[in-house]
Ligand binder design. Structure first.
Ligand code: ATP
Length: 237
């Protein structure tokens, strides 16, 4: 579904990604783990078109989307749940969700948008009850649900998740990972960036370890979980 070849990213003169190659198959859950500053967020932003890669290619279902606009990339079926949620805190939960479907904001799609909302409420029942609440007044875990739900409003085929468990209590982390698994079971392909390397490798089929902007290690998740270097550096063992 997704294939990166020789992707780079720069912030001014700082090179944050160096010659990254990576693959995500249809129906996969793939994770990217790495320390703070390794380039994980930059990688997701490059896939979603917020940052452009000079050179290299980002193949998505056979089309090179490097240099496509973020809006075009969303319309092709890729949505990102950003790090730190980045909700519109002064808008209601429902308005945040509608904004996730802004590409379809046209009377023609009204029924389809309501159908998506119903589907999202089955995934996150609490959001139906809190639809009129200002997003900024929701708890951290609830806000993460809104952020995921907003990304789902465009019915992505590939969902990019940036640190969905960050700052959440264990119960919410469990809930969020349950939803990720359920979404994947329903056919959404997932690329998951996580600091919680153990949880990420347990849910993913394949993993990449990023270090200072390069892929230092990759392999099936079970192999990475057993790898000495990964255990010492990322699993606290
Ligand atoms: P974290 O786990 O802390 O979120 P990360 O692996 O997601 O880290 P990035 O946020 O992608 O890492 O950052 C990669 C590198 O790029 C870091 O050295 C960071 O300081 C730098 N960087 C990120 N954003 C910018 C920016 N807007 N301007 C300059 N440098 C940046």
């Amino acid at each position: 579904m997704l294939k990166l070849e020789g992707v780079n990213a720069f912030y001014g003169t700082i090179q944050a990604l160096k010659n990254i190659s990576l693959r995500v198959g249809v129906g996969d859950i793939v994770t990217i783990i790495g320390a703070n500053g390794a380039g994980k967020t930059t990688l997701l932003k490059t896939i979603s078109g917020v940052i452009q890669s000079p050179g290299g290619a980002i193949w998505y279902q056979g089309t090179d989307i490097n240099h496509c606009s973020p809006a075009k990339i969303v319309s092709l079926g890729i949505s990102q749940v950003p790090e730190g949620r980045q909700l519109f805190s002064h808008l209601t939960v429902l308005d945040n969700l509608y904004l996730g479907a802004y590409l379809y904001h046209n009377r023609k799609f009204k029924a389809e948008i309501e159908e998506k909302l119903d589907w999202i409420y089955t995934l996150f029942p609490i959001l139906r009850k809190r639809a009129k609440q200002l997003a900024g007044t929701m708890s951290g875990g609830e806000q993460q649900m809104v952020a995921i739900a907003r990304a789902l409003m465009s019915r992505p085929k590939l969902l990019l998740l940036d640190e969905p468990s960050m700052g959440l209590a264990p119960l919410f982390v469990h809930e969020i990972f349950k939803v990720i698994r359920r979404l994947n079971d329903q056919g959404t392909t997932i690329l998951l960036v996580e600091q919680n390397a153990r949880a990420a490798l347990q849910i993913a089929r394949y993993g990449y370890v990023l270090e200072t902007g390069t892929v230092a290690l990759e392999g099936p998740s079970q192999e990475l979980l057993a790898d000495d270097k990964v255990r010492r550096a990322y699993l606290g063992k």
